[in-house]
Every structure is written in C-alpha cells, then in structure tokens.
Write a protein that binds this ligand. Structure first.
Ligand SMILES: *Cc1c(COP(=O)(O)O)cnc(C)c1O
Length: 384
C-alpha cells in the first residue's frame, strides 16, 4: 500500500467516529498564513492585519519575567490555581481572587463556559456579525445559537435583542467593544441588555478590547454594572490584545460567584495556563505605562485611518477597538486575495450581508498608510 492509500484509509476510518455536531461545525478561520503571503507576494515585510494583535509588543518587564523563570527552570508543573496571577487581577479590580478564573487565552474560558453550562439543545444568544467562537463553542456541545443582527449603523439593536432574549437563552455572549465591527455599547445599551437577560441565563460579557475603549467616557464599566446584579454573569478579558501577549495565551474572567469558578475548575484541564504565561501576565499587568502608550497610539491610528478610509469613500464602522471593519464595495475574498498579492494580510468577512467587508487590525502608521493606499487602488480598479 502506498503512503497516499494508507492516509486515505486512515481518514475514512476516523470520519466514522467523529461526533455528528463536530463534523458539522464551521472551521475557525485564523486568516491567511503570513509565510504563504510572503511567498505569494515576494514581499520582504508582510503587513499582518488579520488577528487584532498589538504592533507595539509587550512590556519589557514580560521578557525579564519569562527569562527569569527559564533561568530558574520549568521542569515543574505550573501552579494549577494560578494563585499569584488571580490575586494580582483580583487586587487590580477589587474582587476576591476566588472569583477570578484563568484561561489559555480567554477563548479557553469561552469553551469552558459552554462545557460547564450548556446541555444539548440549549439556546445561546449572540450578535451578528460576531466572533466565530461565540457560535462554534456552543455548537460543539450541541447547543443552538441565535444571532441578533446589529443595526444598519453597526450598533446594538435593543428591540431585536429584547425579542431574542425573550426566547429564553441559557447563555448570552456579547463582546463590548464588538468584534468584528469595533462598535461599542454605551451605558444605556448595556444596562438594557442586562435588564432584559433572564436571570436563568448566564450573561457573558467579552471585554477583549476594553482597554482601547476605556478612554471614551461613554464606554461602560461592565464589571461595575454587573456587580450590582443578582444574577449569574462573567466578564472576560485577555492579555492578547492591548497587552501584546497573543503568542503566550493567557486571559481571565471575573465571575459573579465562586460556584461558577468551581464549575469551570471541574471542566478545565488542571494546568491550562502554563507557568511562563502566568509570569508574563503578572509582569504585563504591572506596567501601566506600556499599556497606556499602546492605547494612546492605537486610538490615534484608529481615528486617522478611519478618517482616511471614509474620505476615500469607504463605509467604515465606528471602532472603539484596535481594528476597523470596512465595506469595500467588492467581494471580500477577492479584496483579501489582492491584498495578499502585495503582502498585506486582512480577514475577509463571510457572514451573510457582510460578504463585502474586511476586518483590518491597525499596525504602525507607515504600515497602515501602505494598507490604505493599496486598498484604495485595488477597489478603484475593481474586480475584473
Ligand atoms: C481576541 C478575542 C478574544 C480572546 O482571545 P484570546 O487570545 O484567546 O484571549 C476573545 N473574544 C474576542 C471577541 C476576541 O476578539
């Protein structure tokens, strides 16, 4: 038997054991591989705008902490409770460390929440366009997902949400600011959502981009708002975006009560956050100046690039995050492919109604300028 035949037999055998819901899951789209784009374009410098990463890197204190840990050795398992990091987070947010849960990225916590809370057939409510894992993880455990559309202006639609929440979801996923639009809910909108969410549902507020939105006085303090509620909730944050630690994989959640943390502890792998990630996150949390500078520079670029794109005639969602959602007027797959040819990686959007949109994270000013110029040129030429 040739190697090819052996592979085919193996694939046919394993397909029959895969759960039906898993076989039917949409695949997570991480965007194009930058190495492949480098080869395709011949560009010496690929501009990667596909994953909302920070172009400003992480605090120098992170490298020091990780180096220190490597020097002292990593032959021991990490602290399974992540006590030092949970305490540092708890202290920063004035919540007991017992209500802080850590994850291998906050994505990990999204997955754990689904495993701990959802039974097959349960309903999950989230927003469209949205973060694909807010749909994939619930479906993985057999739950149904209903997506509430945003308004024409990419905003929160209170009446659509009221109707959707009246259907009795078990879990609600909402990102604020939202991904992929970058739009944020204001205090009134978030309060509306909280008031309309049944107390029998777990409300998950995904604040992966909160650091970027916080300078806006209209951005609600989700934790302060939820703290006053007698209902199950969790606020998720991450070190991947503003703290520049996407490669390390560490995020956290603050839960309404310790019972939820204990449930998550039952379903998580005991050492889900590695020791280097715990050390890196503690160091990152301590460097206020680095975070402030990242947020300041990102805000300047968001304003500048949004203005530039709008002047060029593009419709751009108002972003409170570190990326922009752009109506290119052309098929997003085609636009993304043309951008790949010049060494720029963006995410082509494919959700119904948004097939002409791309999401581009912002990078350093010179890279952003190249991106805007190339996008204008490509879209002016149009698909042949
Ligand atoms: C990036 C992102 C996350 C988390 O990413 P991790 O790297 O796993 O912490 C969570 N939610 C949304 C909406 C995101 O965009």
């Amino acid at each position: 038997m040739s190697a090819v035949e052996a592979g085919a037999v193996a694939a046919a055998t394993s397909a029959s054991v895969v759960r039906r819901v898993v076989a039917g899951l949409p695949a997570y789209d991480p965007g194009a591989d930058p190495d492949a784009v480098a080869v395709l374009s011949g560009a010496a410098h690929v501009i990667k705008l596909s994953n909302n990463e920070s172009p400003f890197g992480s605090s120098p204190a992170v490298a020091e902490a990780v180096r220190g840990r490597l020097d002292s050795g990593v032959s021991r398992y990490p602290d399974p409770t992540g006590r030092r990091l949970a305490e540092a987070v708890g202290e920063r947010l004035a919540v007991p460390a017992e209500r802080v849960v850590l994850g291998n990225g906050s994505e990990n916590i999204l997955e754990l929440l689904c495993q701990a809370v959802l039974d097959p057939g349960d309903l999950v409510t989230t927003q469209a366009p949205g973060f694909s894992l807010h749909e994939i993880f619930p479906r993985m455990v057999g739950a149904r997902v209903e997506k509430v559309p945003v308004t024409e202006e990419f905003g929160f639609d209170p009446s659509a949400w009221r109707d959707a929440l009246a259907a009795g979801p078990k879990l609600v996923f909402l990102a604020n600011p939202c991904n992929p639009t970058g739009a944020m809910l204001n205090v009134g909108e978030l309060a509306h959502l909280v008031a309309e969410t049944p107390e029998s549902a777990l409300l998950v507020l995904d604040e992966a981009y909160c650091e970027f939105a916080r300078p806006d006085p209209g951005y609600p303090d989700g934790l302060a708002l939820l703290r006053e509620q007698h209902r199950p909730w969790i606020v998720l944050r991450t070190f991947s975006k503003a703290y520049g630690l996407a490669g390390v994989r560490v995020g956290y959640g603050v839960a309404s009560d310790t019972a939820l943390v204990q449930a998550l502890d039952r379903v998580r792998a005991p050492y889900n956050v590695n020791q280097l990630a715990q050390d890196a996150a503690i160091a990152a949390l301590g460097d206020h100046a680095h975070l402030a500078e990242t947020v300041r520079r990102t805000g300047l670029e968001i304003a500048r690039v949004t203005d530039g794109l709008r002047e060029a005639g593009f419709r751009v969602a108002p972003s409170s995050a570190n990326f922009v959602f752009i109506d290119t007027g052309c098929r997003s797959d085609w636009v993304a492919q043309e951008l790949h040819r010049v060494g720029i990686v963006v995410k082509a959007w494919r959700e119904p109604g948004y097939e002409n949109f791309i999401r581009a994270s912002l990078s350093l000013p010179e890279d952003n300028d190249v991106f805007v110029r190339c996008l204008m040129r490509i879209c002016a030429k149009g698909e042949q």
